[in-house]
Design a binder for this molecule. Structure first.
Ligand code: R1P
Length: 337
């Protein structure tokens, strides 16, 4: 399926305009399919932190009005179905797939001082937030914990990212859905001066954590319909703590000891297909949420780690839209009751 791109060149407006969203109305509708356009009525929402806010509670800092420390959102501004994407530009692009707000209004937008952008609206009548998560596990941690703190009821989070295709059957341009993920970390102790350090492995691999099988199935169905089944695969993902060392990228500036890392991964995990930096933590957080967060992740293969090729950037935007549509459709079909 070809999805037309019709809303290019959108700029984030970050002008400090204050807006008070219809929070009560939103809360009422946020866990189920909305039946009317009332949620976003008259919502022209552009908000960013322009003054220095005060926070209380060092354990989980919030402003007096309940805004979280890093994402800056509060109750009523985040839907319980969340599409997490890395780049802010991707969040902007995919926000154009949301239903047009009624009465010529705009979607709710909050750009935090730390660069997290939250866009909330509806997709086919169901409230959805798109959150730009930036890069790496600590940022995914902020997103999951701070969204969880302001959302009522059960939550579903789908990550749509980019990744490296590790080995066949994964190849450039495919959408790779993670049925599970492991974490690969550089082990700093291996570089210690202690004599025993040379015995330690330079990289550590965790056990796998599973994605939500219901969401994985929905993602596979929806992505097959928007992108074609032959462009969608699923397999084991690896989330690394670096784009470079722990993903086996070699270079002369640092003593990374990672020359054989790609081969080691392929040998140890024949079904490992993708390498990126967030999915494991999302699934791990969901596992520890006591059933209050359901999660899955999928990534577009932007780099082929065997052939060393990169996807043409011009192709990426179309693929992001097709995969984004699949993610939104899967999210609204996810059973949260
Ligand atoms: C590295 O370039 C970034 O791209 C991938 C990695 O996981 C990392 O965040 O995902 P995103 O495209 O979602 O950012």
């Amino acid at each position: 399926m070809t999805v037309p791109l019709h809303l290019k060149g959108y700029d984030i407006q970050c002008n400090g305009q204050k807006y008070v969203p219809s929070s009560e109305n939103f809360r009422k509708h946020s866990s189920s399919r909305a039946t009317s356009n009332s949620v976003w009525s008259s919502s022209s929402v552009i908000y960013s932190r322009s003054s220095k806010p005060s926070f209380s509670n060092a354990n989980f800092p919030t402003t007096p009005e309940g805004r979280t420390y890093h994402l800056g959102t509060k109750g009523g501004e985040v839907a319980n179905r969340i599409l997490s994407v890395g780049a802010t530009q991707r969040a902007e692009l995919l926000s154009k797939l949301l239903d047009p707000p009624p009465n010529g209004g705009q979607l709710f937008r909050y750009l935090s001082s730390r660069g997290f952008l939250t866009v909330t609206g509806e997709y086919q009548g169901t409230p959805i937030s798109i959150v730009s998560t930036q890069m790496g596990m600590p940022n995914m941690d902020f997103v999951v914990r701070e969204c969880r703190a302001v959302v009522e009821g059960p939550m579903a989070v789908v990550r749509l990212g980019t990744c490296g295709a590790l080995q066949p059957p994964a190849s450039l341009g495919q959408l790779i859905i993670a049925h599970s993920s492991i974490n690969i970390r550089r082990n700093p102790d291996a570089w210690s001066d202690l004599s025993t350090a040379s015995m330690l492995p330079a990289y550590m691999f965790t056990l796998p954590v599973q994605a939500d099988p219901h969401i994985v199935r929905l993602l596979a169905e929806e992505a097959s319909s928007t992108m074609g089944a032959s462009n969608v695969i699923s397999g084991l993902n690896a989330t690394a703590d670096s784009f470079y060392s722990s993903q086996g990228r070699v270079g002369g500036n640092f003593d990374d000891r990672n020359e054989g890392l790609i081969e080691e991964m392929c040998e140890k995990y024949p079904d490992m297909v993708s390498l990126e930096m967030e999915t494991f933590h999302l699934l791990d957080m969901a596992r520890c949420s006591g059933g209050r967060v359901r999660a899955a992740g999928m990534c577009l293969a932007l780099a082929d780690r065997k052939s060393n090729e990169m996807l043409e950037y011009a192709r990426l935007e179309q693929l992001e839209v097709e995969a984004g549509l699949a993610a939104l459709r899967a999210l609204i079909k996810t059973d949260l009751d």
